[in-house]
Ligand binder design. Structure first.
Ligand code: GTP
Ligand code: SPV
Ligand code: MN
Length: 599
């Protein structure tokens, strides 16, 4: 067997034993421990460029930046091949794919056996959350992909200090990844929540293989949170600074490619900037939330970088994200501009390069191309420190106190711009009944409305009914004056011509301002069948002349009772999928109240 102990960065027996088992199975030629040093990272970058795995971009314009193209059949998360392997099928619940763990381990071992032959095994020790934070957790990912190593170095805190912090503890998450032949028919992303284990085979793309992200920080962590009394959520965290006032923090859950990164980094509209408003980004995708000693909920972002959607990112929509990608960034499946060896994606600007290589690796004239130059789910992996609005609290080991929780999705019709829940349990009901149009972030049809409770349908590591019960139970531990207020937003409502009715992006601050004012009891609301809505005059539209009028605002705020009655039926059908003994009574009561209110 290949030697992996003489250069080991730890003497932790639980790690070494597991590695021995994996090494026996996959037979690597070599084992490399990732120590977190710049020198080692630079060697790996050079090696990836020498084999063509990555392309070094123009180092004057984009220092430390690289381009990577994945296999054309491996460009998004594969929900149908993502499994929760709990011992009892009922513990995975009706919204997850399930396999018996014994069967799954055997199947995965058969797929991965000897697949590292002629390859190197990289050992990545990483921390989700600031190293040593009481809210942080440690994982080890074994992989045969340099691309994975270099992404994990950006997205998490990687290095020997993580192993030093762990010591000889067994409290860490096993993550095993094997690229194999990137065969889509043998691709599986498996979570074993009861074993703190993740196994991913036959993919080399994003959320399928950066195991700290969705696999650990959501699927495994949601299960740990349930048992340990905290929450792992698909939520951004932002801070809103109003001059002379304490910064208020908001967590928001939107499904994949529905605006988290954009909201987390928003630039205030001119009139707000003049008044001195600022938005600080703590996180753009994942929150770990726990009650603090003062009785409030505190959130950390377990990640250390942004794996953001490239198309649509530009100097107007999200200048902060664009700035974050100007150094030390890995671009995946965007187009290459051959003229100056930089990158391009749809709506970066109005100037597609003539001399381009599209995301599939084909040379083309970008101006004449009939297919997108960048894949709709192409991404940038950028270090959080690069972001001009990264919060000074980013590395605070205790997290930030949360004033409001916001749910939202893409709904061309129905859901108003914003509304507030009557109380915590009503807020849980709103989250549980969320629906959104599907996007390119996962393989499959795009634009189909599906239920996506709390934006967690692809990410909840256990039975969703138990997850809702956990939300209700957390609420019971919070005093009413300390519990975050819960809201729902929809930036994506369309008029009959199919145009967005709300300008969105930076102007979403106008809605956040109402949300914060509600949290502070500084503004009234109208009570409706679905919750509290703003009075149209309470949303500031100064500076939006020509784009939004009081009338158009009133129409994005309307509640159409007959459409909502249809929606209530849809929620009822969705709830019917769950074991009625597990579905919380509180949610059944909330649904009954909604139906009654709509009569
Ligand atoms: P994941 O990383 O997949 O979890 O996605 P995300 O939720 O961070 O979504 P992101 O912010 O990357 O936005 C995805 C798409 O939504 C981009 O194409 C944006 O341009 C678009 N988008 C974001 N915010 C708004 C908005 O306020 N209005 C409109 N119309 N589009 C938006
Ligand atoms: C998402 O799909 O919600 C993402 C991208 O944030 S991935 O890491 O691929 O899950
Ligand atoms: Mn996401």
């Amino acid at each position: 067997m290949v030697d992996f102990k003489s250069n080991a960065l730890t003497a932790n027996k639980s790690i070494l034993d597991w590695m021995e088992d994996r090494i026996n199975l996959v037979n690597p030629d070599k084992v490399v421990w990732i120590d977190g040093s710049d020198a080692q990272r630079d060697e790996l970058r050079a090696e990836a460029c020498s084999t063509g795995e990555m392309i070094k971009l123009n180092q004057d314009k984009l220092p430390g930046c690289y381009l990577h193209r994945t296999a054309v059949n491996d460009v998004a998360r594969v929900e149908a091949r993502t499994l929760i392997c709990s011992r009892e099928k009922d513990n995975a619940g009706p919204t997850n794919n399930w396999m018996d763990p014994k069967e799954a381990y055997k199947m995965l071992d058969d797929i991965a056996r000897d697949s590292y032959k002629g390859r190197t095994m990289y050992v990545i020790p990483y921390s989700m959350g600031p190293v040593g934070s009481p809210l942080a957790k440690i994982g080890i990912e074994l992989t045969d992909s340099i691309y994975v190593v270099l992404n994990m170095i950006i997205m998490t805190r990687v290095g020997k200090n993580v192993l030093d912090t762990l010591g000889d503890s067994t409290d860490w998450i096993k993550g095993f990844h094997a690229k194999c032949d990137v065969d889509p028919e043998k691709r599986y992303i498996c979570q074993f929540p009861e074993d703190n284990t993740i196994i991913s085979v036959n993919s080399a793309y994003g959320g399928n293989v950066l195991l700290g992200k969705k696999c650990f920080a959501l699927r495994i962590a949601s299960y740990l949170g349930k048992n340990e009394g905290w929450m792992a959520e698909h939520m951004l965290i932002l801070g809103i600074e109003k001059p002379g006032e304490e910064i208020k923090y908001v967590c928001a859950a939107f499904p994949s490619a529905c605006g988290k990164t954009n909201l987390a980094m928003l630039i205030p509209p001119e009139i707000y900037k003049k008044k001195g408003y600022k938005v600080w980004c703590v996180g753009d995708d994942i929150s770990w939330i726990k009650k603090g000693a003062d009785g409030r909920l505190y959130a950390i972002n377990p990640e250390n970088g942004f794996f953001g959607v490239a198309p649509g990112t530009n100097a107007k929509s999200n200048p902060n994200a664009l700035a974050a990608t100007q150094k030390g960034t890995i671009f995946t499946n965007v187009a290459l501009n051959l003229d100056d060896n930089t990158v391009w994606w749809e709506s970066l600007d109005k100037n597609p390069p003539e001399n381009a290589v599209d995301w599939t690796g084909k040379k083309c004239n970008g101006k004449e191309s009939e297919t997108p130059l960048a894949h709709p789910n192409s991404r940038f992996t950028a270090p959080a420190v690069n972001c001009p609005c990264v919060s000074p609290e980013f590395n605070n080991p205790n997290g930030v106190p949360i004033s409001a929780i916001v749910f939202g999705g893409r709904r061309a019709k129905l859901a108003p711009l914003v509304y507030q829940s009557r109380d915590w349990n009503h807020g849980v009901f709103i989250g549980s009944s969320m629906a959104s149009e599907t996007t390119a972030a996962a393989t499959g049809a795009v634009g189909v409305v599906r239920r996506d409770p709390m934006a967690m349908i692809p990410f909840c590591g256990y039975n969703m009914a138990d997850y809702w019960q956990h939300w209700i139970d957390i609420g019971k531990t919070l005093d009413a004056d300390k519990a975050p207020k819960i809201f729902n937003v929809n930036w994506f409502r369309k008029d009959d011509e199919g145009h967005f009715m709300w300008p969105g992006f930076g102007d979403n601050l106008r809605v956040l301002e109402w949300i914060i004012a509600r949290c502070e009891n500084k503004v009234g609301a109208q009570e409706t069948a679905i919750g509290y809505l703003p009075k149209p005059e309470d949303i500031n539209i100064e500076g939006l002349e020509g784009e939004v009028t009081r009338e158009s605002l009133a129409s994005i705020l309307d509640v159409d009772k007959s459409l909502w009655a249809e929606e209530a039926k849809g929620i009822e059908e969705f709830y019917a999928k769950f074991d009625q003994n597990r579905l919380p009574q509180e949610l059944k009561d909330q649904l009954a109240t909604l139906k009654n209110n709509l009569k």
